[in-house]
Design a protein around this ligand. Structure first.
Ligand code: FHN
Length: 565
């Protein structure tokens, strides 16, 4: 399974980096504004696979639940009868949407059709849909859309355009396993996918988001088949997974937060609450509410959105564990909403105690780790007018100046209200003048480069869409920076060009030069998505990274380092 998903991502990311440009046109900016302000969405993966709930013929099938047909190689005639067990009689879309709204969710994206090809809507071009194949017999999207509109929640449809394991000609990652799947992909696109996309975009009023996925075998010509419909919906937001080189409006890191965000691109991390998108009865590896609240904060502080998944049962119930976690997020957001919605990314890529978000002349410091001395340093040259806890805006906090570096220092109360994330609002004067990261002014010297387009300059340029790669045959490489003066460093961030499923590993060691000797500060073995390591400040002029990759030439998108505030 890891290999499968890795393949998908290789494809998506390769495409998005080739075609990445800034989303800078005014019309585009206007279209994206609600989405950029919204920050928090709920993904719903729901379909016939929910009825199998991770088990086929008495065997627990490994991997993500919605892939069970592919993973267990279930033939079409054995899979289709499960539609009879997909009978969501407890489905209560009003309650789902109210629950989401109370959790602080601003948009919902539901799988109108996943890779098993089953439509949750009344499709006229197939019988493989909720109305014709399930005892439930009613369109599932219509009442959800209505409930969303009533509660002021935006609505999006996920649509698996390429993979379809139940209509002949539909693509399948790892190939077809049943002769009945064979056919002409162009005919499948013309007769199923394109008409269905027309259906979902025409029959439910204005839809806000169309979420493509897994562009297996999607050439430019195939992707173009969808263009006439998309052109009729200029306000529709689409992601970067259509294929054929179409970049769409959003980048879609999956199951991880990119270490340095995607400056200049709109992006959304989609993530599961346990280890599956579609319901699996025995997956109880739930992330804690603390992790989810901090993930939301982390993502927003880097300029992205969080699309958090729930996988309802075949009866139409959202698992209790998901509801509890969403409620905890709602409780936190209720106090701290001002620091999330409508904010922009942190001007400080690193703060030792937490994260930051911004609204004009207001900063929101998200305190994850209470500093031992109770003091929050703010690495900017502006005067602070006032600082207070969002949980208690009536009490002003003392602000002093650190004589050594002129940073403002906020004095926290001895006890803060929330150990997960206490937000301190800071109003400052004038245009923001941040103390630049020392890496902004240096270029690394590397042991080798693959070619000029993947050269050393890409390492420290602050742009994770460009990369440095060592010479093809190298498996060990180094990158060194000379700050030309003594600089204190307490955080290392590296970004990598892969994804969590590709099983790419690099051993990365950060060292500093002490006299003629290199001394190690920290070592990490990454998982293809980079890492952040914080440590006690080390002051030196020369720092270097040693990068070991046993499989291929070492590569990094970004190397950033920060000092204590
Ligand atoms: O294969 C799918 C998977 O089932 C799930 O829908 C995720 C959600 O982003 N997308 C694909 C894997 O990237």
């Amino acid at each position: 399974m890891k290999k499968i998903i890795g393949y998908i991502f290789l494809f998506v990311f390769a495409n998005s980096s080739i075609h990445a440009q800034l989303n800078d046109s005014t019309a585009e900016a206007k279209k994206m504004q609600w989405w950029k302000d919204a920050k928090f969405g709920m993904f719903i993966h729901w379909g016939v696979y929910s009825a199998l709930a991770g088990t086929y013929e008495g065997k627990k099938i490994p991997g993500i639940g919605e892939w069970i047909m592919n993973t267990a190689k279930i033939p079409i005639d054995k899979y289709k009868p499960y539609a009879k067990l997909f009978n969501p009689v407890k489905y209560n879309p009003e309650a789902w949407v109210k629950m989401a709204r109370n959790a602080g969710v601003k948009y919902i994206v539901i799988t109108s059709k996943h890779h098993d090809g089953f439509a949750l809507f009344d499709s006229k071009v197939t019988d493989w849909d909720i109305v014709d194949a399930s005892p439930y017999g009613k369109d599932l999207l219509k009442p959800l859309v209505a409930a969303c509109r009533k509660e002021g929640i935006r609505i999006g449809f996920y649509y698996s355009q390429a993979q379809d394991w139940n209509h002949p000609g539909g693509a399948a990652i790892n190939g077809h396993w049943d002769k009945a799947q064979d056919g002409d992909m162009d005919a499948y696109l013309d007769n199923i996918a394109v008409p269905q996309v027309r259906e979902i975009l025409s029959n439910y009023g204005n839809i806000d988001i169309l979420w493509w996925d897994t562009p297996k075998d999607m050439t430019k010509e195939r992707a173009e088949k969808f263009m006439p419909i998309l052109k009729q919906h200029p306000n529709l937001i689409t992601n970067n997974r259509l294929g054929g080189g179409f970049q769409g409006d959003t980048e879609t890191p999956e199951q991880f937060v990119p270490s340095t965000g995607f400056p200049g691109r709109n992006w959304e991390t989609c993530m599961t609450m346990n280890d599956t998108w579609g319901y699996k009865s025995y997956d109880s590896n739930w992330k804690s509410s603390k992790t989810l609240i901090r993930n939301l904060t982390e993502i927003v502080s880097k300029g992205g959105n969080f699309l958090l998944n729930v996988g309802p049962t075949a009866e139409g119930e959202i698992p209790k564990a998901s509801i509890t976690r969403l409620a905890a997020m709602g409780k936190w957001l209720n106090v701290n909403k001002e620091a999330i919605y409508g904010t922009t990314a942190s001007p400080f890529p690193y703060l030792s105690y937490g994260r930051c978000t911004r609204k004009g002349r207001k900063l929101y410091l998200h305190v994850f780790d209470y500093p031992a001395n109770g003091l929050l340093g703010v690495p900017m040259a502006n005067k602070i007018r006032e600082a207070y806890l969002l949980a208690d805006p009536t009490k002003r906090l003392l602000v002093t100046i650190n004589k050594a570096n002129q940073h403002s220092v906020i004095h926290l109360p001895k006890k803060i209200p929330d150990t997960i994330n206490t937000v301190v609002a800071v109003e400052f004067e004038g245009d923001l003048k941040i103390i630049p990261s020392p890496m902004e002014s240096v270029e690394a010297v590397v042991s080798s480069e693959n070619d000029a387009s993947e050269g050393a300059k890409n390492l420290t340029d602050g742009n994770r869409l460009t990369r440095w790669t060592a010479a093809k045959t190298d498996r060990n490489a180094s990158a060194t920076v000379d700050f030309k003066k003594q600089v204190a460093i307490s955080s290392l961030i590296v970004d990598e060009p892969w994804n969590p499923w590709e099983n790419k590993r690099q051993k990365i060691t950060l060292q500093y030069k002490s006299g003629e000797t290199w001394k190690t500060i920290t070592t990490t073995t990454t998982k293809g998505i980079g890492d952040q390591k914080n440590f006690k400040p080390v002051t030196a002029e020369f720092f270097r990274l040693l990068i070991e990759n046993k499989e291929e030439a070492p590569s990094l998108l970004e190397w950033q380092m920060y000092g204590p505030e």
